[in-house]
Design a protein around this ligand. Structure first.
Ligand code: CTP
Length: 479
């Protein structure tokens, strides 16, 4: 197809009228200041890829203001996203921030955040009656230079071409100008349109993965999600970056940057929570990219088997009915990540979990996993009744049980599945209130009686309320 150079009409027709209004307001605000405003990144990519007959619902939009304006680097210190309301001291030297402030006047419900250090503003609408949930990032055109590989990019103002050049892939380095003259022009300096047509993921320069190793995960994510191929030269840059050990040095060496680990975690999360996580993981494995997580982590047959078992288990636990008593897995991606980390030698797990800023409960679980696994595997095979199984497993959390199940031989695994899906749901026909009504006085013995009732129910001695009452009358007569 020829390059669609003028996209203005397409934007107007294919975006929702509400979003089009926001973009028009933003471009007018830029225009009156003599700045250019561009729609960039994934929004342009998705617009060009989408069905041309349909309205496209973009929820995450990146805008760039192009204004030759040197940001005084030394004055920018905040390294985290800070809300303007809570941090009035954040320096407001960025054009993006100024535009965002003006937009805020038209949309009082919007929340404004400023990423102080990089001078980007984010406007967030949450379940807005008009715009729904929408996130707009407004950055000031910039280049990035890296004081050392894999470090946080430092920022200076520059032109849109340089801004696009610092981006990850050609398909994400397209821009549509929203301001006059020539509003609606598609800027394609690096062959993004050609690569969209050829379904290819290609970096803009050889150092891309050295500068930002999380792009390895992004390349895989876009390739699998869009059904694209990683272009062969780009693949060799990935392999080179991995072999150079840059990643390992940057996550564990002197230049360890929390930002890099946070980004790696977000990319992992992004991949593991999508329905394409299996092919994505396979591709990461083929590229040897799991070693970004830890140098010893490999994609083995055993890991693949465990991941498939977890997948089956997740499908089973997925439809969480609000009222259902059954345990649900609220963060499936975290469980998958724990399965990955459980492949590491125990002495490495806690460190990696800490680097990836996993919650404390994950770290504890991974640390005690092998001990619990040994105990459970050996005792489970000796259990003679359902009540003994429940007694053994009832104090373990669901994630631990799944991690152990996928590492266990089939016979043990079946026993654990049976516990999770059936035995753990069984209740005795009589509860504490029933006992009180029957004249039992609350006392430490109460719990003992309830435990015996449950055990007898699990083992089939009690099936109904009358059999439970008969059981009580025989074993624990009321004094
Ligand atoms: N980007 C980059 N390098 C990264 C992360 C992001 O160059 N490590 C750039 C890309 O140009 C990308 C844009 O920042 O298009 C926005 O990033 P993000 O929102 O993470 O990606 P999208 O392309 O919008 O993809 P998605 O649709 O998955 O959100």
């Amino acid at each position: 197809c020829p390059l669609p150079q003028v996209m203005g009409k397409m934007l107007r027709e294919r975006l929702t009228p509400q979003l089009w209004r926001v973009l028009t307001t933003a471009s007018q605000a830029a225009q009156k200041r003599g700045w250019h405003l561009y729609l960039v990144g994934g929004g342009v990519r998705d617009l060009l890829l989408a069905d041309p007959t349909k309205i496209i619902e973009l929820q995450d939009i990146d805008l760039v203001v192009d204004k030759a304006y040197p940001i005084p680097l030394k004055s920018l210190q905040a390294d985290s996203i800070e809300s303007l309301e809570t941090s009035p001291q954040v320096p407001e030297t960025g054009a993006g921030v100024e535009l965002a402030r003006e937009l805020q006047q038209y949309y009082p419900n919007v929340r404004l955040q400023v990423h102080g250090r990089f001078q980007t503003a984010a406007l967030l609408w949450h379940k807005d009656p008009e715009l729904g949930s929408l996130w707009i990032d407004i950055a000031t055109a910039r280049t990035e230079f890296y004081p050392y590989p894999a470090a946080n990019p430092e920022v200076e103002a520059s032109s849109i071409r340089q801004d696009l050049y610092r981006r990850d892939f050609t398909i994400n380095a397209l821009a549509i100008r929203l301001t006059d003259p020539r509003s609606g022009t598609l800027l394609d300096f690096f062959g993004g349109w050609r690569d969209l047509e050829a379904k290819v993921i290609r970096v803009l320069h050889a150092n891309s993965f050295i500068e930002d190793p999380t792009r390895i995960y992004r390349a895989v994510r876009f390739a699998v999600r869009l059904g694209f191929q990683i272009e062969s030269q780009t693949e060799s840059y990935i392999r080179y970056a991995l072999e150079s050990g840059i990643y390992t040095r940057s996550i564990s060496g002197n230049h360890k940057t929390p930002a890099l680990q946070t980004r790696l975690k977000s990319e992992l999360k992004y991949i593991l929570q999508e329905n394409y996580w299996k092919p994505a993981l396979q591709l990461l494995g083929d590229l040897g990219a799991l070693r970004c997580i830890h140098p010893t982590l490999e994609f083995t047959e055993e890991l693949w088997k465990q991941m498939r078992l977890v997948d089956r288990c997740l499908k089973r636990f997925q439809p969480p009915e609000e009222s259902s008593e059954q345990a649900v897995i609220r963060e499936p991606w975290q469980l998958l990540l724990e399965v990955l980390l459980a492949q590491l030698a125990p002495e490495h797990r806690a460190k990696v979990a800490e680097n990836l800023q996993l919650p404390d409960e994950s770290m504890t679980r991974l640390q005690r996993l092998d001990t619990r696994n040994q105990v459970i595997q050996s005792r489970l095979s000796q259990c003679k009744s359902p009540s003994q199984i429940v007694q053994l497993l009832q104090n373990e959390d669901l994630y631990t049980l799944i991690l152990i199940a996928v590492q266990s031989p089939r016979v043990i695994r079946k026993l654990i599945w049976n516990y999770i899906t059936k035995l753990s749901q069984i209740q005795s026909p009589l509860n504490g209130n029933d006992l009180k009504k029957m004249g039992y006085k609350p006392s430490p013995k109460f719990k003992q009686i309830l435990d015996r009732l449950l055990a007898a129910t699990l083992d089939g001695e009690i099936t109904t309320r009358p059999t439970a009452e008969a059981f009580l009358a025989e074993k624990f007569p009321v004094n």
